[in-house]
Design a protein around this ligand. Structure first.
Ligand SMILES: NC(=O)c1ccc[n+]([C@@H]2O[C@H](COP(=O)([O-])OP(=O)(O)OC[C@H]3O[C@@H](n4cnc5c(N)ncnc54)[C@H](O)[C@@H]3O)[C@@H](O)[C@H]2O)c1
Ligand SMILES: [Zn+2]
Ligand SMILES: [Zn+2]
Length: 381
């Protein structure tokens, strides 16, 4: 490890279904094309939990975190457009800008991203533990740490006036949810939408539907507190799925014949089937939640033909980060995108396990780990 490596605390998953460990790691300086970021805040996303419980397979040990914002600390050779002191949001899909997907306007499907799911694009990482062992990076980010060295293609520069704890949420949950509605489904004004699952992602999908002008937005969850938050975010109606014998029938009745759009923001095959089931003719169901690899969905084939229904997935809200992140910040400033209200609780990095326990228990709209000192220095509240 280079002599100018930085010692920093990081949240590491060493063993599946075991508590995370908060440890001091050594973060190496950026090589060509890379950037070291002093993190200000990182959201606690269900996908991090999916790394801990094995739904998403990462080589362990892995530094968690893929929803972060911070301040550039050092810039490697050849990096264009980022300087020390710049404020950035992490983007959990590495985007090369050159492949057929990037060139085709779908950079979230970039070929380079497949090579950097748990490392930097060159196949290595800059972070080692106290014993000198190299650690993987969650989605090429590993930003649940005081300091992280990422590839420049995983960073988006933002306006310094944007508070970094709220900016962090744009890095995953908010972009994923809003983008599923606005970019993937292209929700139309006056339409009817149903959102299954009102966690950080689903609440953002509700906001995306509201921003796109949906006339009726139904939030479905199994916890009443989530439904109250859904209403705060723009749901015009809510239903507790745990109290319904036949949720599809209830939703078809409530919507007066079915929804134009339905979003599975939980990630369960049976819920995806329900989302497909509540669609009216010509409707679109969007799978946003990530199910375990073994989960399957069974659908009536004829519905694709006679009702011309669409079923699609949405990865990262079909984002083009350098276009979408600044747009989301602009919507936040206009009070059209609510971010302050999404943060239920802030944690220190030492409270990381508590943050995951709260996520499992469903206590938060979003929990955020905040690195106080940096946030103060950066001018955030
Ligand atoms: N598509 C993507 O690119 C992408 C990006 C980020 C997260 N995700 C996935 O999105 C999902 C949601 O993430 P999150 O951070 O919002 O999680 P979360 O845990 O905050 O929210 C999940 C919500 O679903 C609710 N729920 C659980 N079972 C339900 C059921 N049967 N019916 C209705 N509601 C139910 C929970 O009460 C909770 O409110 C996860 O699977 C996550 O991995 C996908
Ligand atoms: Zn690409
Ligand atoms: Zn996420």
């Amino acid at each position: 490890m280079s002599s100018n490596a930085i010692q920093a605390k990081a949240v590491v998953c060493r063993e599946l279904n075991a508590p995370v460990s908060v440890e001091t790691v050594s973060v190496g300086p950026p090589r060509a094309g890379e950037v070291t970021v002093r993190m200000a805040a990182v959201g606690v996303c269900h996908s991090d939990l999916s790394g801990i419980n094995g739904t998403i397979a990462f080589p362990l040990p892995v530094v968690l975190g893929h929803e972060g914002a911070g301040v550039v600390e050092a810039v490697g050779a050849g990096v264009v457009g980022l300087e020390v002191g710049d404020h950035v949001i992490s983007s959990f899909v590495n985007m090369c800008g050159r492949c057929r997907y990037c060139q085709g306007g779908k950079p979230h499907l970039c070929e380079q991203a497949a090579k950097s799911g748990f490392t930097l694009p060159d196949g290595s990482t800059r972070v080692t533990d106290a014993a000198g062992q190299s650690l993987s990076l969650f989605s090429g980010c590993g930003v649940m740490a005081e300091v992280s060295t990422l590839h420049a293609d995983n960073l988006v520069k933002i306006d310094r006036a944007m508070p970094l704890d709220r900016a962090a949420l744009i890095g995953c949950g908010v972009m994923t949810g809003v983008g599923a509605a606005v970019n993937t489904a292209r929700v139309q004004p006056g339409s009817v939408a149903v959102v299954f699952g009102c966690g950080g992602v689903g609440l953002s999908a509700i906001q995306g539907c509201r921003i796109a002008g949906a006339a009726m937005i139904v939030g479905v969850d199994t916890q009443d507190q989530k439904l109250a938050w859904a209403q705060d975010m723009g749901a015009t109606h809510v239903l507790n799925g745990a109290r319904q014998d036949n949720i599809v029938k209830a939703l078809r009745t409530l919507t007066g014949g079915g929804a134009d759009y339905a979003f599975d923001c939980v990630g369960i095959g049976t819920l995806t089937a329900q989302a497909f089931g509540v669609l009216r003719r010509g409707g679109t169901a969007v799978v946003v939640g990530l199910a375990p690899p073994s989960d399957m969905v069974s659908l009536r084939m004829a519905s694709f033909i006679f009702e011309e229904k669409t079923l699609t997935g949405s990865y990262y809200g079909s984002t083009r980060p350098r276009l979408d992140f600044p747009r989301l910040i602009a919507l936040y400033r206009q009070r059209k995108l609510l971010l302050d209200e999404l943060i239920t609780r802030r944690y220190t990095i030492d409270q990381a396990q508590e943050a995951f326990d709260d996520l499992v228990a469903g206590r938060n709209a979003r929990g955020v780990i905040v690195f106080d000192e940096v946030l103060r220095a950066a001018g955030g509240k």
